[in-house]
Design a protein around this ligand. Structure first.
Ligand code: PMP
Length: 424
């Protein structure tokens, strides 16, 4: 382990992101399980990339068959991308009928932001102040925590507005959020940049997935349209059925975005991202930017992505997520009643967690405790992490086949760990 860490530092440089005080060296995965180099087994309660399960046989088979037949860059005719585009857009509102494939979610958001500029002739982009949307020079400006110390820095055309926080500053109908959005739009207009788009995850996952009722984004969406801007929904986290009740996070909110961006779970670990939008937005972008992506939408990527949709549909995994998610909420409620350290519980479907606090009355974030909890869970064979502004929300986001029996093991152990680390 020490040797590997030294090699990483020497070969990859410092500051390369790695989980846990004692990092995990994973060598094999199957369904919801992972094994490390010493043969220790972990229940994967964290990873959304292997959406339909680690090494899912249908996806592996689709990749192998296509790789053994043909893989090329994307300037030849191929059925795979057309079949996938038809299947994917069939899952979206009718107006969102065109697809552009990339290799990452970052690229997808980069394209979406440029689409918005192409359509509006304006550059101003608004995001929340506790989000992450990716790592390109353009997109990294949306993440306050990732703004580089040097280089492009923060363009004058980006505005951040306070992320919703249903626990600390309830905004039951989204009026405060809509008001800060309007202020940011006015500011962009006054600055001369103008307003191109609001970029949000419709479930605000990286913000700590606050509890927001359906319709919460209605007024924000109305303001975006009234200002002549576009609404970009980043579905990298909630999309593809994760939240159970709806295939997309924006559907749960009851809004129709102008552009939807996709990534992580899309091809079960094969690097695929995408942008779905209306034909006129796609046409304007294709004409204005002459975009070409060597790997985005190659035959193997499309085969993998199609297999994910097949697996989700045939196994009705979104329904499964809703059922297991309901059980998880019951168990979280019980833990909330028992452990003072749990200030609030969150989520639905296969995305759930709890916000840990040092004191329920002050709601002071228990960041250090949260870090201790997920590191202790890792020692006990359960992989999870934390997120939110103060990194004090336990983030549990397992592969979709995660079943009730797995949730039972997870919550039994979490109960023990909380009792040990934060006795009430
Ligand atoms: N959008 C969101 C909401 C994300 O959480 C992430 C990655 N965590 C991205 C975009 C970027 O995706 P990628 O790492 O594939 O570029």
């Amino acid at each position: 382990m020490a040797d590997m860490l030294a090699r990483r530092r020497a070969l990859l440089g410092p500051n390369v992101s790695l989980f846990y005080e004692e990092p995990v060296h994973i060598v094999r995965g199957e369904d919801v399980w992972l094994w490390d180099a010493d043969g220790k087994r972990y229940l994967d309660c964290y990873n959304n990339v292997p959406h339909v399960g680690h090494c899912n046989p249908r996806v592996v088979d689709a990749i192998c068959k296509q790789a053994a037949t043909l893989n090329t860059h994307t300037r030849y005719l191929h059925d795979g991308i057309l079949d996938y585009a038809e299947r994917l857009t069939a899952k979206m509102p009718e107006s969102l009928s065109t697809l552009l494939l990339t290799c990452t979610g970052s690229e997808a958001n980069d394209v979406a932001m440029r689409m918005a500029e192409g359509m509006t002739g304006k550059r101003g982009i608004i995001a929340t102040d506790a989000t992450y949307h990716g790592n390109t020079a353009l997109v990294s400006q949306l993440s306050r925590s990732n703004i580089p110390e040097v280089g492009f820095g923060l363009g004058g055309y980006i505005r951040h507005i306070p992320a919703p926080d249903s626990y600390r500053s309830p905004d039951p109908d989204g009026a405060a959020f809509a008001a800060s959005l309007q202020t940011a739009i006015d500011d962009l207009n006054a600055s001369g940049h103008g307003f191109a788009a609001l970029v949000i995850c419709p479930y605000f996952v990286n913000e700590g997935f606050p509890d927001l009722p359906k319709g919460w984004l209605d007024e924000a969406a109305r303001i975006v349209r009234a200002a002549g801007g576009l609404l970009i929904a980043d579905e990298v986290q909630p999309g593809f059925g994760r939240i159970g009740s709806h295939f997309w996070g924006f559907e749960r909110q009851g809004i129709t975005p102008d552009i939807v961006t996709l990534g992580k779970p899309m091809a079960n670990g094969h690097p695929v991202g995408g942008v779905v939008t209306r034909p006129e937005i796609m046409a304007r972008f294709r004409e204005a930017f002459r975009y070409f992506n060597t790997f985005g939408g190659n035959p193997v990527s499309c085969a993998a992505a199609l297999a994910v949709l097949d697996e989700l549909e045939e196994k009705a995994l979104p329904d499964h997520a809703a059922r297991v998610g309901a059980y998880a909420q019951e168990r979280l409620s019980a833990l909330h009643q028992k452990h003072e350290a749990i200030g609030d519980i969150r989520g639905e479907g296969m995305l759930f967690g709890a916000e840990l606090v040092t004191d329920r009355s002050t709601k002071e974030p228990a960041t250090a405790l949260t870090t201790k909890v997920f590191n202790t869970m890792r020692q006990r064979g359960f992989l999870m992490s934390s997120l939110g502004r103060a990194k004090n929300t336990l983030k549990i986001r397992p592969p979709m086949p995660f079943a009730q029996e797995h949730a039972e093991m997870l919550f039994d152990t979490l109960d023990e760990v909380l009792t040990q680390l934060a006795p009430s």
